[in-house]
Design a protein around this ligand. Structure first.
Ligand SMILES: NC(=O)c1ccc[n+]([C@@H]2O[C@H](COP(=O)([O-])OP(=O)(O)OC[C@H]3O[C@@H](n4cnc5c(N)ncnc54)[C@H](OP(=O)(O)O)[C@@H]3O)[C@@H](O)[C@H]2O)c1
Length: 273
């Protein structure tokens, strides 16, 4: 099926993530005239983007019903915003939410007129078009609406569809929070490099470039698993093998990451609702 872009999209909340999505959609070819952005206090760069592209930013009502209503406000703002959202809904509007912790049932309860809902969890590399989003759809979604959600979410990176909404907390714990784990890896390598005798600025430069480069290598070598990429750079009895002996010990990185992801998943569950 050819990707379907909506004829009328309303974006509620043009902050960091909403802004990244909007840029992605415009780059993808979504016609600026088909987009309406609502944000009570848009940042200067968002005002400039909308002005330069001809996107309607906070126009006065009345509004036409949206094909897709994207909810990119903070989850705690949903209750306040809900009463202002129904004017954007028509009989066939798809509601696409990126709000962390707000379930399809939460959204349906606040927007009873919503016909189809997609709950999604993107991550911050969306800002450079290299995010990944986990998404789950309500049972009422049509193939065309799903195709449209796929097109909109894939504008900022990969999309993984889930069969069950129960999996969203685990997605949050792996990819939603995941960029911070990778940044921490660069920090930890910097600290370790300094302890190994390097000046801190040089350790930081080496650690950062290594994480960037290894990520890029993994991105380009889609056919090769991370495990194989690791094996490829590990000579038996060599320096990398010596380090991996520590990192891959029983209480090493896998065990630590398992506990970290479990903690994030638990917290995502607590924050839901
Ligand atoms: N950033 C991430 O990594 C990430 C990842 C996955 C999911 N998310 C989800 O994405 C959503 C947005 O996050 P963000 O980081 O982009 O937050 P953000 O930068 O604070 O953006 C939210 C925007 O919505 C605006 N807003 C508030 N009330 C509104 C209303 N009634 N109508 C229209 N706009 C309104 C805010 O304006 P004010 O600033 O004036 O309040 C702000 O510009 C959140 O639900 C978050 O859970 C974020």
């Amino acid at each position: 099926m050819t990707p379907t872009l909506p004829n009328a999209l309303t974006l509620i909340g043009a902050g960091r993530m909403g802004g990244a999505l909007l840029r992605g959609w415009l780059d993808l070819g979504l016609a600026p005239a088909n987009v309406l952005v609502i944000d009570p206090a848009p940042a200067a760069d968002m005002q400039a983007l909308c002005a330069s592209k001809g996107v309607a930013l906070n126009p006065a009502p009345p509004y036409r019903a949206a094909d897709v209503l994207v909810l990119a406000i903070k989850p705690q703002m949903l209750d306040t915003a809900a009463s202002e959202l129904s004017v954007h809904l028509g009989a066939d509007t798809l509601v696409l939410s990126i709000m962390a912790g707000k379930t399809i049932a939460d959204i349906a309860a606040r927007l009873p007129a919503a016909s189809a809902i997609v709950r999604s969890m993107p991550n911050t590399p969306a800002a450079v078009g290299r995010g990944v989003t986990g998404a789950v759809a309500s049972a009422s979604i049509s193939p065309l609406q799903r195709n449209c959600a796929q097109a909109l979410l894939s504008a900022v990176g990969g999309v993984v569809w889930l069969d069950s909404e129960d999996l969203i907390d685990a997605v949050t714990a792996v990819s939603g929070s995941g960029p911070a784990y990778v940044f921490l890896l660069a920090e930890a390598m910097t600290d370790a490099g300094e302890k190994a005798g390097l000046p801190r600025d040089i350790a930081a430069q080496l650690a950062r470039a290594t994480v960037e480069g290894a990520g890029e290598l993994m991105y380009r070598e889609q056919e090769t698993s991370p495990a194989q990429l690791r094996v490829n750079v590990t000579s038996p009895g060599g320096t990398t093998a010596a380090a991996l002996g520590v990192l891959m010990a029983d209480d090493g990185m896998t065990e630590l990451m398992t506990r970290a992801v479990a903690a994030a998943k638990r917290r995502a569950g607590e924050l839901s609702g």
